[in-house]
Each structure stands twice: as structure tokens, then as C-alpha cells.
Design a protein around this ligand. Structure first.
Ligand code: NAG
Length: 454
């Protein structure tokens, strides 16, 4: 884009941003867009997401940037809708309402001919077609790791090599994905569901499949990761995409004010010994089955490990009878915790996590080893990276939490030599990520290229 003249508003760059309004997707996109908006005050950014997600991200406060504004799109939830208890239901309703909901909202805000770039969550591949129709660049953001993006990019190849469905994968779960550059440490079982196993024809799986096919058409693909973490995959995706730009990790860029500590987690941690507390948080949408959370509670109680547990109010009922009373003083259960600050607190010694990408990065940021209990999507790939490649955490045998497995994991990380080694490994990883976002670091340099591509 040429440098534009401020007086000539018709040529002033206007970037529309389309968010996928679930879990940590909109917050990650917002973090990047905020950074871009701060670096390019002459560019207008119009951020489109649902009212619910915009309310959470932008809140009531002024975001302090005149050139970044949020606009609401409809969420597709019919009036009088009765929630079935399936979190996926909201995603499906949203997907049915899309792309029309974005188009209507965009029409009300900016004339099509004034749009100079379309940014979006990578999931929303149709934003790429929209940009092509407008003859402007499409710049999607992948909010997770490079290896999980690579699995989506290579979905057609993976399906050709393995087939789809239970018959195709039975007995082959432990085969390595060594036919994809940089993926030989991952196994078939680590893949996201919907690629070869699980429902490969669901609207969601189809969306991700299309996404993988669309990426080479993007002017640039931004990724919330660091080139040096997966050099082979970086080289490969750089050949496949027009501009493959690792610009993360966002958790290392303190662009946003700290979350308020409404439940007193940090002051409670202040009273605990260094690296002694288990922090438990399985993310905002899905959680392991109740019997596994009971096993976790029993392991914590038996081992006498102090813990901070972020557990939604409606799930508190699954805890064993009398657990809260018996662990009073050494355990704290809250409905929400300021995770970044909690993990950065010196008292936290281990993180029991589903291995969402942001959680993993935040754990590295806080130099806290992990006990991994992947749930879905890219969780298994991330968990494999954590336990087998980076060696900064342990998994649960068979992928499920048992009392014995959890006690073993807690002992190993909190009191054994192996835990010390993991802390050393995580320190090295922390340094690598810190360098990438520092001056002249790879992520900082990629950010400059991204800025130019708008
Ligand atoms: C969008 O939704 C948020 C949260 O409900 C609300 O605060 C805001 O006023 C809405 N914005 C517009 C332009 O309607």
C-alpha cells in the first residue's frame, strides 16, 4: 500500500477484520489487530464479531485507539432458543448465519470500494473469496501453532495416505506423520478430529478442510507462533504460502492491561511457597468428563498438593463430597482466574491443562511445566509437542486422568529431578520466544512485513 495522504480520505486504507467469535479466537485476533492499529495510525480497522464476543474483548472501556472500532454481527441464535447443553450448538448456529451476517454489518459501516484489505480468522476461509471479489488482499490469522496449521493444509494428502473413518485408522494410530515436512514426531492419533477420524463431513470439518485449501491464496498468513520453534515446517509453509509470517507469541507482548483479580487468586498465591501450587484450568468451552475431574481432586487431596482450580460454577457439583471442606486453606476453587498472571506467579509449580495453544504459550511465559490432558482440536498435537519434543510436561497414560497417573505427574514435576530438568527446558524455550519478539527478532521482523501487506 502506498503511504496515503491524510486529507484524501477516499484513499485512506480501511481494513475490515472478521472474527470467529468463540473461545480464544477473537481475543487473539484482537491482540494482533490492536498492535497493527497502534503501529499504523493512518489505517482504519473495523473489527466485526458478535455482540457477546465484542462485549468480552472491548468491554465498556475505550480501547484508546481512534482507528480501531468494533461492530456487532448477529450470532444466528434464534429468539427463544433453548440451549441444549452442547457448546458446539452455538458454533453451528453462527456458521449457518455466516457469511450473510458479516456482509450486512459491513454494508452498514463502510462502502465496499473503500475497503483496502480483509483480515480474518483463518477459519473464515470465505473471507478470502470476499477479498478476491473486492480485489483486495486477504490476510488471515492462525491463532495456534504451525504444526496444527500444517495438518489442515495437508488434509488432502493425509486422507490419501491414510483414508478416513474408523476402518482406515484402526491399528494405525501410532504411525508417524513422516510424509509431511517437520511432522514426523506426531502420530495419526494426535491429529485434529475431522481430518481422518471423527466426523470428517461435519460443517466444521468441511470449513477447516476448505481453509487449508484456501491459504495459498492469501496475501499473507499470520501465525501466533515463532519460526524457530518448527524450522522445517516454517520452511515448508513459506514455500506453500505467499507470505507465511510467524508473529507470535502474543502472550509475550504485554499489549493489554492485566485482567482484574476478582476472585483474589493472586493474593492467595502470595501466601504459598514457591513452585508448590498446582494450577488447574481446562479452558473456557470444554472440560474432561466428570469422573476424571473427580480423579484429579482425589489425587490432589491424597498428595496434599496446594491447588488453585479454575472450575465453572455449574461444574462445582462434580467434586467429591466434602472435598472443599477437607482441602480448605490449601486449595482454592474459583469460577474464573486471571490465567496469565496466575501462571506468572512464582508460587505456581505445575499447570494441569487441556493444552490449548494459548495455555501452552502462557505456561511457557510463566516457566511452568504442564500435566497434559488434551481434549479436542489441536490439543493432542500441542500436548505431544510439550511432552515428547520440548519435554516440558507429562501426559496421562491413555490420555485420561486417573488418580495414580495424576499423583505420578504431580510428584514428577513438583518434587523429582525430572521436574527440574523440565524447568530448565522451559527456560530455554522462554528465551527463544523472548528473542523472537525482541528487537530484530524473527517475529518482530515478520510483523513489519505484515504491516506492509495491509
Ligand atoms: C455491541 O455489543 C456490545 C455488547 O453487547 C454493546 O456494548 C455495544 O454497544 C454494541 N455495539 C453496537 C454498535 O451496537
Amino acid at each position: 500500500m502506498p503511504i496515503t495522504n491524510k486529507e484524501n480520505s477516499s484513499t485512506k486504507p480501511h481494513v475490515i477484520v472478521l472474527a470467529f467469535p468463540f473461545s480464544s479466537h477473537p481475543a487473539s485476533l484482537h491482540t494482533l489487530v490492536r498492535k497493527l492499529a497502534a503501529a499504523a495510525p493512518d489505517v482504519t480497522f473495523s473489527f466485526f464479531s458478535t455482540a457477546k464476543s465484542n462485549g468480552l474483548i472491548f468491554g465498556s472501556e475505550d480501547n484508546g485507539l481512534d482507528n480501531l472500532k468494533a461492530y456487532n454481527v448477529t450470532d444466528g441464535v434464534p429468539p427463544n432458543y433453548v440451549f441444549t447443553g452442547r457448546p458446539e450448538a452455538f458454533i453451528e448456529l453462527f456458521m449457518k448465519a455466516t457469511l450473510g451476517n458479516f456482509k450486512r454489518a459491513i454494508d452498514g459501516v463502510v462502502e465496499e470500494k473503500k475497503i483496502t484489505c480483509v483480515m480474518s480468522d483463518t477459519f473464515l476461509w470465505f473471507a478470502g473469496e470476499m477479498a478476491e471479489e473486492m480485489k483486495v488482499p486477504w490476510v488471515p490469522l492462525w491463532i495456534a501453532g504451525q504444526f496444527s496449521l500444517s495438518a489442515h493444509f495437508y488434509t488432502d494428502l493425509i486422507r490419501r495416505m491414510i483414508g478416513t473413518g474408523p476402518d482406515a485408522t484402526a491399528g494405525r494410530e501410532d504411525e508417524p506423520l513422516n510424509f509431511i515436512p517437520g511432522m514426523s514426531r506426531f502420530r495419526i492419533r494426535d491429529l485434529q478430529e475431522g481430518i481422518v477420524f471423527g466426523d470428517v463431513d461435519s460443517p466444521f470439518s468441511n470449513m477447516l478442510h476448505r481453509m487449508g485449501q484456501m491459504l495459498p491464496r492469501a496475501a499473507a498468513v499470520a501465525i501466533n507462533s515463532v519460526e524457530e520453534l518448527n524450522p522445517t515446517i516454517t520452511d515448508d509453509l513459506k514455500k506453500k504460502f505467499q507470505n507465511c509470517l510467524n508473529v507470535g507469541p502474543f502472550s509475550f507482548m504485554s499489549a493489554l492491561p492485566s485482567d482484574p483479580d476478582v476472585n483474589g487468586c493472586l493474593s492467595w498465591l502470595d501466601g504459598q511457597k514457591a513452585a508448590s501450587v498446582a494450577y488447574i484450568g481446562f479452558g473456557t468451552v470444554f472440560s474432561p468428563p466428570p469422573q476424571e475431574q473427580v480423579a484429579l481432586a482425589e489425587a490432589l487431596e491424597t498428595r496434599g498438593v496446594p491447588f488453585l482450580w479454575s472450575l465453572k460454577e455449574n461444574l462445582k457439583g462434580i467434586l467429591p463430597d466434602g472435598f472443599l471442606e477437607r482441602t480448605k486453606g490449601r486449595g482454592k476453587v474459583v469460577s474464573w482466574a486471571p490465567q496469565v498472571q496466575v501462571l506468572a506467579h512464582t508460587a505456581v509449580g505445575v499447570f494441569v491443562t487441556h493444552c490449548g495453544w494459548n495455555s501452552v504459550l502462557e505456561s511457557v511465559m510463566g516457566r511452568v511445566p504442564m500435566i497434559c490432558r488434551p481434549i479436542m482440536a489441536d490439543n493432542r498435537l500441542n500436548g505431544r509437542m510439550v511432552t515428547e519434543v520440548w519435554e516440558i510436561g507429562v501426559g496421562m497414560e491413555g490420555g485420561v486422568i486417573t488418580i495414580d497417573g495424576m499423583m505420578r505427574g504431580l510428584d514428577l514435576i513438583l518434587s523429582e529431578e525430572k521436574g527440574k530438568k523440565m524447568r530448565g527446558n522451559i527456560g530455554a524455550l522462554h528465551e527463544l520466544m523472548g528473542k523472537a519478539v525482541g528487537a530484530q527478532g524473527s517475529s518482530s521482523e515478520n510483523f513489519k512485513i505484515l504491516l506492509e501487506s495491509l
